[in-house]
Design a protein around this ligand. Sequence first.
Ligand code: BG6
Length: 304
Amino acid sequence: MVHERKKPAPIPVSAGGASAHGGMSVEDGRVKLSLPSGESADVLLYGATVVSWIAGGEEKLFLSEKACLDGTKAVRGGIPLVFPVFGKSTDGPTAALAQHGFARICKWELLGKTSENESSIQVDFGLGPENLTVDLRKAWPYAFGLIYSVTLTRTSLETKILVRNEGNETFDFNLLFHTYLRVPNVGNVSIEGLKDIAYRCKVTGTEAVQEMPELSIQQEVDRVYADVPGSVVVKSGGTPLYRVERSNLEDVVVWNPWESCANIADFGPSDGYKNMICIEAGAVSKWHKLEPQNVWEAGAIVHL
Ligand SMILES: O=P(O)(O)OC[C@H]1O[C@@H](O)[C@H](O)[C@@H](O)[C@@H]1O
């Protein structure tokens, strides 16, 4: 059941000091969530991009060593948020927007810590037209409201989004969590949960159905799997590393640029593709319509 949460007033970003016992702290546009047991997640206000998730003393997300973290460019790594368009559209209301839309290149408001206990902490971020540049507002002139919630537990990282149409016009959108998972060696990775699912291969421009029970990554992979019914499991050498569970996000994009990462200016090191696999939970294979005053909610949990 969708509940109509209104975006509350932002809190000043100078708030909060770090605590050895966990909690939320804010410094230089970076919000840190941490638990007394040692897990942490860092979220930049720029793009509300999760740039670090540490559990068991290890970083779980891939962040390019050349990633720009100063708000001049979408972050290469972590969890950039894709909205309102996945990829680049050539026509329609999102045609004037850059690839993957504006959510990942705008500065979000910190709405605050919404829940906390010994084993879990949730922090919310908000974005509306007032946070967009004049040019972006012109390019996509809808009255929208986004509330993005990041929840850290001892064994998972959850990302949830609420999209509101606050205007008088229906709009179409895509939404995706562009999650760069860190892996020891992508050549040993197998991905389960995609058997018998139809996908569009963006490398070859073809459509196919996956026959193999597991997808292994031995070259550039860029596939949009539509209507994936269950969770996706990432294994390394047969051992499960991550299980990605989705709610109201029907599609899964699997991306690894392989050696063509050499063509991506902010990708590093040059063999960094070996240490990442993007498993992107999204609603991207078709447009989603949001009528005036309606709300749409979705989420993804990466379980260890
Ligand atoms: O370089 P960007 O805009 O962050 O996109 C990275 C990749 O994102 C993936 O989601 C797309 O399927 C790829 O086609 C794209 O190359």
